[in-house]
Design a protein around this ligand. Sequence first.
Ligand code: NI
Length: 175
Amino acid sequence: MDPEDDTLAILIAPHPTLKARARPVGAGDGEQVRALIPRMFDAMYKAPGIGLAAPQVGVKLRLVVIDLMPDDARKPIVLVNPEIINASEELATREEGCLSLPGQYADVTRPARVKVRHHDEAGIRREIEADGLLAACLQHEIDHLDGVLFTDHLSVLKRNMIMRRLAKEMRLKGK
Ligand code: NI
């Protein structure tokens, strides 16, 4: 490892912080959150990934960064204290992965469309209505704030299979 590299380390499952409920970002968290956001984007882009939640870098705050990189251009989204305020009855199934479960993928079924209320990095209250990949990504990242991983949406059998495979792969990599 390069000692000069100060990229935030992403926690790998199973890790107790990934199973914990994060607390809301409050008025006193401004400085920490402002410092954390660019570092979370940096870690996410380097991984590379399309979403990262603060608990994945060991910070138990309700903070998420997302960038689906539409047309290969950066389009960063910051969500402070995001909340799903509406979810469609219609479901959609997509293959998901997670930076905390590197190399592991599975089909996950979730509401096809969601409306999310949140604050942006400037503290302005916003709403996003999403379908497709963004809807899945928002739900996946907000799950992280409640200690839920995509594998928690799978059968116990599939979840155990993925966790065993991940543990084996991490052992082989010496991690
Ligand atoms: Ni994830």
